[in-house]
Design a protein around this ligand. Structure first.
Ligand code: GDP
Ligand code: ZN
Length: 375
C-alpha cells in the first residue's frame, strides 16, 4: 500500500574528508581586487566548526511507499537543472536535460547515504535535479518523487527496474509467431499490478484476415483495454500508435520475433538500429539484463525496450492475488462463499458459476488457471 510522502528531517552522516573547505582560500584577494560579488556572501559562511561537523540535517521529503525511496532536497539553488535519467551504469548515470543534451552525472554522496535500503538511489526513468559541471558532466543532487515503477524483490530487497513508467505496450503478433492470448493476459496482470495503463498492440495483422480478431478485440475492449491492430507493411494504425507514445514514457513488452524492433522503427526512424544493438548484445548471454535504458523519441516520449523487462515476469505476484488482477474475475471474487477459494474446482464457487453462465470469457478464465497453476 502506498503511503503519502511525509516531510521530515533526515540526519545524515558526512563522510570524513568529504566536506568542502568552508571558504575559498583566495577570498581575501578577490575582495581586494573587487571580483568578490554579493552572491559569494550568501554561498559561503565562515564556520568555526569546520571538520568537526559530522552530521547535517536535511529538510526534505522521503517516501517509503511502493515507489521506493524518493528524495527531494529543498534547494533554491538556481544552478540546479532538471533532467531525466536514461540509464544507470555503475556509479554513473546518463541524464538527458530538458533541452535534449546528454549529461554524464555522478550521484551526490549525501543522496547515497540516505538510500540505505534502496539498491540504487537513482534508477532509469528518474527525474532528477543536477548541477552541471562543464559542458557534458554533472552531479545529481535530488531525485523527484517516483510515480509508476516496475520493480521486483530479489533476496528480500526491493529492486526498482525503471521509474515513472506511464504505460505498457503489450505487443503480440497476429501470426508468425501465432497469437498467444494467454501471454497478453499475463502481461495485463503485470500492468494491473503496477497500475500502469496497458495498450494491446496486435502486430503483423496483414498476415491474417483482421475479421478473425474481432472476438478477441471484443473481450478486451469490453474490459476497457485499448487494442490496436497494426501492420508496418500496410501502415495500419502506425500513426495512432505514434500519437499514443508521444510525450509519454512507455515500456514495450512482448515475445521475441513478434516484431517489436520493426514496430518501433516504424514509429520512429533510426530507433531500431539502437534497439537491435541492445538485443543482439544481450541475447547472446544466458542472463538477460534488467538494467533498463530509455530511448528518447522525437515526440518527447521515451520507450523502454530492455530484454529482461520485455518479458514482464510476474515478479512478486502471489497466486491468491491473481484473481484480483483480472478485471473480469475480480467482481465475482467477493461473491464467492469460500474465503480461501482458489476458484479452480470448488463446487458453488461464484467465479466458476460466472464462467458457466457466460459472464466470464472461458478463454480468459483458462489464462487465469494457467497463471495460478502453472504446469
Ligand atoms: P522482435 O524480436 O520482436 O524485435 O521482432 P523483429 O522486429 O526482429 O521482427 C520479426 C519479424 O517480423 C521480421 O522477420 C520482420 O520481417 C517481420 N515483420 C516486421 N514488420 C512486419 C509487418 O508489418 N508485417 C509482417 N507480416 N511482418 C513483419
Ligand atoms: Zn471461488
Amino acid at each position: 500500500m502506498s503511503k503519502k510522502p511525509r516531510p521530515n528531517k533526515i540526519r545524515t552522516e558526512f563522510k570524513k574528508n568529504y566536506q568542502q573547505r568552508p571558504r575559498d582560500s583566495n577570498w581575501t584577494r578577490q575582495f581586494r581586487d573587487g571580483s568578490l560579488d554579493d552572491q559569494s556572501a550568501s554561498h559561503q559562511r565562515v564556520s568555526g566548526k569546520g571538520d568537526m561537523t559530522r552530521h547535517r540535517t536535511i529538510q526534505g521529503q522521503t517516501s517509503d511507499s511502493e515507489e521506493g525511496l524518493s528524495i527531494e532536497l529543498e534547494s533554491e539553488d538556481t544552478s540546479v537543472l532538471v533532467g531525466r535519467v536514461l540509464k544507470v551504469h555503475g556509479l554513473e548515470c546518463v541524464v538527458v536535460s530538458q533541452s535534449g543534451v546528454m549529461v554524464r552525472c555522478a550521484v551526490r554522496q549525501v543522496l547515497k547515504s540516505i538510500s540505505t535500503d534502496a539498491r540504487h538511489v537513482v534508477v532509469a526513468g528518474d527525474v532528477v535535479g543536477y548541477r552541471p559541471e562543464g559542458a557534458s558532466q554533472g552531479l545529481i543532487v535530488s531525485v523527484k518523487p517516483r510515480q509508476g515503477v516496475l520493480s521486483r524483490t530479489s533476496k528480500g530487497k526491493r529492486h526498482i527496474l525503471v521509474a515513472n513508467v506511464q504505460q505498457i505496450l503489450i505487443v503480440a503478433s497476429a501470426a508468425q509467431p501465432d497469437l498467444k492470448a494467454h501471454l497478453i493476459d499475463r502481461f495485463l496482470v503485470t500492468a494491473e499490478q503496477a497500475s500502469r495503463e496497458p495498450i494491446i498492440v496486435v502486430y503483423k495483422v496483414d498476415l491474417i484476415d483482421p475479421a478473425k480478431l474481432q472476438p478477441l478485440v471484443g473481450v478486451y475492449s469490453q474490459l476497457g483495454y485499448r487494442v490496436l491492430l497494426t501492420s508496418a507493411t500496410q501502415g495500419w494504425s502506425i500513426d495512432r500508435l505514434r500519437k499514443i507514445v508521444a510525450g509519454k514514457h512507455s515500456v514495450v513488452a512482448g515475445q521475441s520475433g513478434v516484431g517489436k524492433s520493426s514496430l518501433l522503427n516504424a514509429i520512429q526512424e533510426g530507433l531500431a538500429l539502437r534497439v537491435q544493438e541492445v538485443s543482439s548484445e544481450n541475447m547472446k548471454g544466458k542472463h538477460t539484463t534488467t538494467t533498463a535504458e530509455l530511448l528518447p523519441l522525437d515526440s518527447g516520449g521515451y520507450l523502454v525496450d530492455t530484454p529482461g523487462i520485455r518479458q514482464l515476469e510476474l515478479w512478486d505476484v502471489l497466486p491468491p492475488e491473481v484473481s484480483g488482477l483480472f478485471r473480469d474475475i475480480r467482481p465475482y471474487v467477493n461473491h464467492c462463499r469460500f474465503p480461501d477459494c482458489q476458484h479452480l474446482h470448488e463446487v458453488g464457487c461464484a467465479v466458476l458459476e460466472a464462467v458457466a453462465n457466460g459472464h466470464i470469457d472461458p478463454r480468459r478464465y483458462d489464462s487465469y488457471v494457467h497463471l495460478v497453476q502453472p504446469e
